[in-house]
Design a protein around this ligand. Structure first.
Ligand code: FCB
Length: 451
């Protein structure tokens, strides 16, 4: 594709996920999911839960109007599996499916393209009780769910991702225990990795079969992993961690192979034909990126753990390092390694935001962060990386998993007592950036020429 054409088609969007914003946890027939269970076990900061969250389930028209005001091209959301299939398979919940019809139709009527992700960590509890992702059958369950979604929405939604950050939910859910289902078990972790990859392949096939002109991707967290010290043990721990964190899923899904240490560990689980089923052609690589990781040898299950961020590096309120150049480095690495068009599907920061007396939220830290990361993406594009879109995490403040509502990632502030939405200074800034970039795209000579 010519670079002018690429610029003209560049997609500017915002991202969310169902569990973090919808609420309505017990409404219209939704079944329980693993995060409901995990929250009920008191595993979330401040004992928060997402029963109400941002109440997006009822307030989605207002949220779409706020996106329209910002002028985004696209909105990435996810489907709640337990809302549409309360037991995860079998019985279909029409009321749940109808919610996403309303959402999608309104987005399209507003001129915003829906980008749908099938799985953002909200596994139906009934399936977890059958072994969840450790069960080989999970690939079939997920393939069937994908087919249902494809048949229902595929006439209107073409951009579909299978999984969001499989490495994060597998490792935090089964190696570190800090995310649902809160296990620490190496055998289970290996099964989960392989079955989630198999499930991805099934879903790709199901979407291709049910959605005409589908554009299919998979969304991965990829972060440079750096040893927390110069010691040999930290370097070895970092190499091991990098395989699990950055390569366990894109490797088999796109290249058809597991990285070496994992290939050895997984060998007993890989049946003939599995790798071919996993490695199905996809159309794009979805990247979620916030900053690099500093890894040290540890007593954790993988003998690798999260080390301290070097003192001189600035950090967000989550403690995550702010290093925009890591995004440039990652985009160029992905471009070389996987040769797929890349969409940045999540980037953003948690900041400590205050509502001023006049109702304004002046989140200059977020603006500075986004500016620097978008500049780093521009540098990667200038150096040849095929990056075709950028989505901010997140449209609005939401339930940040085990951190609960404490961490605020939104361009829009949510008052959790009243559920009032207030666009922050960053929302205005992002809207202006999109308009300015679009203006340039329109002016680019030859922008309409096909590549
Ligand atoms: C990513 C998740 C997303 C959100 C951001 C901050 O790992 O995909 O749901 O929690 O981090």
């Amino acid at each position: 594709m010519s670079s002018n054409k690429r610029k003209a088609d560049f997609v500017w969007g915002v991202s969310t996920s169902n569990y973090q914003i919808e609420g309505a946890a017990h409404e219209d027939g939704r079944g329980p999911g693993i995060w409901d269970t995990f929250s009920a076990q008191g595993k979330i900061a401040n004992n928060d839960n997402a029963d109400v969250a941002c109440d997006h389930y009822h307030r989605y028209p207002e949220d779409i109007a706020l996106m329209r005001d910002m002028g985004v091209d696209a909105y990435r959301f996810s489907i709640s599996w337990p809302r549409v299939l309360p037991e995860g398979r079998g019985r279909i919940n029409e009321a749940g499916l109808a919610f996403y019809d309303r959402l999608i139709d309104r987005l399209i009527a507003t001129g915003i393209e829906p980008w749908l992700c099938l799985y953002h960590w909200d596994l139906p509890q009934t399936l977890e009780d059958l072994g969840g992702w450790t069960a080989r059958d999970s690939a079939t369950w997920f393939g069937d769910f994908a087919a249902l979604v494809g048949r229902r929405y595929g006439d209107r939604v073409k951009r579909i991702a299978t999984f969001n950050e499989p490495a994060v939910f597998s490792l935090l859910g089964y190696a570190y225990g800090s995310h649902a289902p809160g296990k620490v078990n190496h055998d289970a972790l290996l099964k989960v990795i392989h079955n989630v990859n198999r499930a991805h392949g099934r879903a790709v096939d199901a979407i291709r079969a049910s959605v005409e002109r589908a554009s299919i991707g998979s969304i991965h967290n990829v972060q440079p992993c750096r040893p927390a010290s110069d010691s040999a043990v930290d370097r070895i721990a970092t190499e091991r961690f990098d395989e699990y964190w950055n390569r366990a899923f894109p490797g088999p899904q796109i290249l058809g192979t597991y990285p070496p240490q994992l290939a050895e560990a997984l060998a007993p689980l890989i049946l003939p034909g599995d790798l071919a089923e996993i490695c199905r052609p996809i159309d794009w690589f979805g990247l979620n990126h916030y900053g690099p990781l500093y890894i040290k040898e540890s007593t954790d299950m993988l003998k690798s753990g999260f080390g301290p961020v070097p003192a001189h590096i600035p950090r967000t309120s989550m403690g995550w390092p702010i290093e925009p150049d890591g995004l440039r480095e990652t985009l160029l690495m992905l471009d070389r390694t996987y040769s797929l068009p890349i969409y940045v599907m999540e980037n953003g920061t948690a900041t400590i935001d205050h509502v001023g007396d006049n109702g304004e939220v002046l989140d200059q830290d977020r603006i500075d962060y986004l500016k620097a990361y978008i500049a780093a993406m521009d540098d990667a594009i200038a150096a040849g990386a095929d990056v075709r879109g950028y989505f901010v995490w997140s449209l609005m403040d939401n339930f940040e998993w085990n951190s609960g509502f404490k961490e605020r990632f939104g361009l829009i502030h949510v008052d959790y007592a009243t559920l009032q939405r207030r666009p922050k200074a960053s929302a205005k800034w992002y809207g202006e950036l999109i308009r300015a970039r679009r203006g340039k795209q329109m002016a680019a000579p030859g922008a309409e020429t096909a590549g």
